[in-house]
Design a protein around this ligand. Sequence first.
Ligand code: PGA
Length: 254
Amino acid sequence: MERSAAGPRRFAVVTEEARDHHDRGPSRVTHGASAGERIRTVVVEDHEDIARLVANRIATLISERNAAGEQTVLGLATGSTPIGVYRELIRMHNEEELSFADVVTFNLDEYYPMPKESIHSYHRFMWENLFSHIDIKPENVHIPPGDLPRQDIEDAAQRYEHTIERAGGIDFQILGIGKTGHIGFNEPGSGADSRTRLVTLDTVTRRDAAADFFGEEYVPREAVTMGVATILDAREIAIIATGEHKSSIVKRAV
Ligand code: PGA
């Protein structure tokens, strides 16, 4: 992952210490980047704390934007990392009247090729883990296409960028980080100025996905992903990482 030049955007990074490693010392919640941190970092005890922190921030943002008569534009991620956040948002929708009626979403990426109805598609993941359980308007949901002919992908990728622009840009982006350091499917080597496009997946990324696909040979070799520049245009970004297997890449990233 490459760093952006400068700007007013705020980064929040949330990491978690593994539950079975409390002997390393108490969890700490740090506000404001401390020496040695390039990104403001918050370390919490477990998945539920991360979910509550990020979901509360999103709920606050939605209520602020609603009060200003504006829609809220969220950038969303898939994978195991954000599931707790989505569960908490669904709970807030059911129990606290959090409404997504004026929320517009853009997902980071989709495998290519990938039919929407496949059990492996990020389209399906998002509907099953979030959208079907809240009051979002289907026309406000945007996910990069994995099911177009190859020759149509470039145009569709440009349209994706324009649609984000027309929505006013992304207010809050949820990001996971892969073991390669990828954000979205921008593998190492992706340019800081990259935009939504078709990319080739790293071997490590495909190996990490192998269990979900019942074998590495069934993991797609490509994906359509927002670019690094698309992601860094978001006004606020939360990179979330959980579990010991992410510790070394988090150390390098923050
Ligand atoms: P994970 O993936 O949430 O399944 O760990 C994160 C990523 O690869 O970006």
